[in-house]
Design a protein around this ligand. Structure first.
Ligand code: C2E
Ligand code: MG
Ligand code: MG
Ligand code: MG
Length: 289
């Protein structure tokens, strides 16, 4: 009990910017061994298409259960992994693991299911990353069209000149590309048009306040309209209530992801969830089962 409490004060979950330099160094040290120690695993969050009421895919989300510090959220260790360059190795592990899982699920009859994987800009900027992706797809037997890579908006913006070219290589592989956390950066229409992306994920910051904050509602409906005029698929993340889902459906948002549909789940539980969803009567209202 004392140990658990000590653990909790050591890693401050809510305020990563406040971690002391020593804490960061210690965690970064532990991070170096995580792959060998099998301390990483993925959870999967379903994505629901509002038009068809079908689960179209899942997003893989990384979890680190440290023997020493307990569960450390990705918002804390991903930045450390980026600083140390370890994100390259970890990111490759994530991609392979996610593709292996998807291949297994497709063998269970879920042939249409897609997999979204978060990518660090460090991975994107590394020259051979398209080759890494191509090799992992070939090794795992996942068709490129089933994979979507998510890159955060702020990161794309900060590296605008370099990224546009890099992204093209992935489109040529046949992989989909999403801008994650959209709305938190400063993308202009002109800029979006130049990027070979397929999907925009509206940040949960805007979704959470949809019914109370008219600004968030206006931004969300504008982003949906704008994205559609550019031929992009729109996903809303962080959908937690039925009211939010109704707003998004009324404004023609394509897909939703969030606790209202399902929290991120362990692989076996996610497979069961998707299978069970598929057995629901056709035309059933999309709502938490
Ligand atoms: P993200 O890619 O935007 O992922 C969505 C986050 O929102 C996830 O947090 C998810 O658990 C959480 N979420 C889902 N539904 C809801 C909801 O209804 N309400 C609220 N409040 N939150 C919801 P998580 O898993 O802690 O991940 C945080 C971030 O860490 C991710 O944001 C992503 O940027 C990064 N991340 C996670 N896994 C990876 C990875 O494998 N590689 C990289 N480079 N980054 C990752
Ligand atoms: Mg994401
Ligand atoms: Mg996001
Ligand atoms: Mg607001």
């Amino acid at each position: 009990q004392a140990k658990a409490a000590g653990r909790r004060t050591f890693v401050r979950y809510d305020d990563s910017m406040d971690m002391s330099i020593r804490q960061r160094a210690t965690i970064a040290g532990a991070l170096r061994k995580v792959i060998d120690r099998n301390e990483l695993h993925l959870v999967y969050q379903p994505r629901l298409a509002l038009g068809s009421s079908r689960i179209t895919g899942v997003e893989a989300l990384l979890r680190w259960n440290s023997a020493k510090y307990g569960e450390i959220p990705p918002s804390e260790f991903i930045p450390l992994a980026e600083e140390s360059g370890l994100i390259l190795e970890i990111g490759e592990w994530v991609l392979r693991e996610a593709c292996l899982t998807l291949h297994r699920w497709r063998q269970h009859g879920l042939h249409e299911l897609g997999m979204a994987v978060n990518m660090s800009v460090l991975q994107l900027l590394r020259g051979n990353f398209p080759d890494v992706v191509r090799r992992i797809l070939a090794d795992t037997g996942v068709p490129p069209g089933a994979l979507e890579l998510e890159l955060t908006e702020s990161v794309l913006m900060a590296n605008a000149a370099q990224t546009a070219n890099k992204l093209q290589a992935f489109r040529q592989l046949g992989v989909s590309l999403a801008i994650d956390d959209f709305g938190t950066g400063y993308s202009s229409l002109a800029y979006l048009k130049r990027l070979p992306i397929t999907t925009i994920k509206i940040d949960k910051e805007f979704i959470g306040d949809l019914s109370r904050d008219p600004d968030d509602a206006a931004i969300t409906s504008t982003v949906i309209t704008m994205a559609h005029s550019l031929g992009l698929n729109v996903v809303a993340e962080g959908v937690e209530t039925e009211a939010q889902m109704h707003f998004l459906r009324d404004h023609a948002c394509d897909e939703v992801q969030g606790f209202w549909i399902s929290p991120p789940l362990e692989a076996h539980a996610c497979l069961a969830f998707v299978q069970q969803w598929g057995r629901r009567p056709a035309g059933a209202a999309p709502a938490a089962p």
